[in-house]
Design a binder for this molecule. Structure first.
Ligand code: GRG
Length: 301
């Protein structure tokens, strides 16, 4: 397999380049706003191109790089995880869920297109995720069915949906730390982990490499969500591009609410250190994953 990755450059330009690469593929694969029925494609594109950080596609591409693969082979999986992620944001923002008006710096999908079209835009993005993941070129260790299963299990009742159910049922109650950890691992860390594993699978990763990507994803994913909880209390809505301070206002159980800001930061640092440790089998090919783990810990939006 050809390694089509450029040599290490500074992280900022790497992120910009990977973001632009993902966007160009998404633009190619999401039906245009002229495609009938136009409203649904406008709504899908409104949320996808509203300015997300593209962390999941970037992790997918970096995991492929760590396993000796190419960004071209990982591109379909990178777009699939972004479509699944954007669907979850659209549905999470609905009045019947988290009821948010503002996401990625713009009004939420249902605020612009109404609840019905927002539900359908999420549904269509979820379906598109599965259509895209099977575009990945064939490799010897994994079938298209293996990639579909990886995405489906994460999207379903044991992970994304299950985490969202636990979150809804935990509203208005002070949760024990283990219950909060369950929500964060399933709402957040599971999809980051699958993004990495799909990148690895597109590069024909070994079972050991996929297992290391799982451990790296669960550790960085939980650290990512702890940082998200911290940013909700320390940053402005303008900086975050979504409503800040909501967790505090709704007395939601979060890491800072349960263990305090300092202990939350320390836990995110401990998890990030564990993430670095599990990358040892990738040697220098894992360089970008090391950088991304530090970037996720240090982010301020
Ligand atoms: C199945 C409806 C449904 C929901 C599943 C993922 C999820 C649960 C809800 C989405 C909202 C949410 C707060 C998720 C937690 C993960 C998280 C912090 C998402 C935001 O991710 P970023 O910061 O967002 O990467 P951008 O906009 O940059 O892509």
């Amino acid at each position: 397999m050809t390694a089509a990755f450029p040599p290490m450059s500074d992280l900022k330009s790497y992120l910009t380049e990977r973001c632009a690469y993902t966007d160009s593929l998404l633009d190619q694969w999401i039906p245009s706003v002229e495609t009938a029925p136009a409203t649904i494609h406008k709504a899908m594109r409104h949320s996808v191109f509203a300015g997300g950080k593209r962390l999941r596609p970037i992790l997918c591409l970096a995991a492929a790089e760590a396993c000796g693969g190419s960004k071209e082979a990982a591109g379909p999986a990178a777009c699939a995880v972004e479509c699944l992620h954007t669907y979850s944001l659209i549905h999470d923002d609905l009045p019947s869920m988290d009821n948010d008006d503002f996401r990625r710096g713009v009004p939420t999908c249902h605020k612009v297109y109404g609840d019905g079209i927002a539900v359908l835009a999420g549904d269509a993005l979820q379906a598109l995720a599965f259509e895209l993941v099977v575009k990945a070129p064939a490799v010897s260790r994994y079938t298209a069915g293996d990639l579909v299963r990886e995405l489906a299990v994460t999207a379903g009742s044991l992970h994304l949906v299950g985490g969202q159910v636990a979150d809804l049922e935990g509203e208005g109650r002070k949760l024990p730390l283990e219950a909060l950890r369950f929500i964060h691992e399933n709402k957040t860390a599971a999809l980051l982990t699958t993004s990495l594993r799909l990148g690895g699978m597109s590069a024909d990763a070994t079972a050991e490499q996929l297992q290391a990507l799982r451990e790296f994803g669960m550790a960085t994913g939980l650290a990512f969500q702890i940082i998200d909880d911290i940013l909700d209390v320390t940053q402005t809505s303008e900086k975050l591009g979504k409503s800040a301070g909501k967790d505090l206002a709704s007395e939601k159980s979060t890491y800072p609410a349960l263990i305090g800001l300092d202990a939350s930061r320390a836990e995110a640092q401990r998890l990030t250190q564990h993430a670095h440790d599990v990358l040892s089998l990738f040697g220098s090919a894992g360089g970008r994953l090391h950088e991304l783990a530090d970037y996720l810990l240090a982010r301020d939006y």
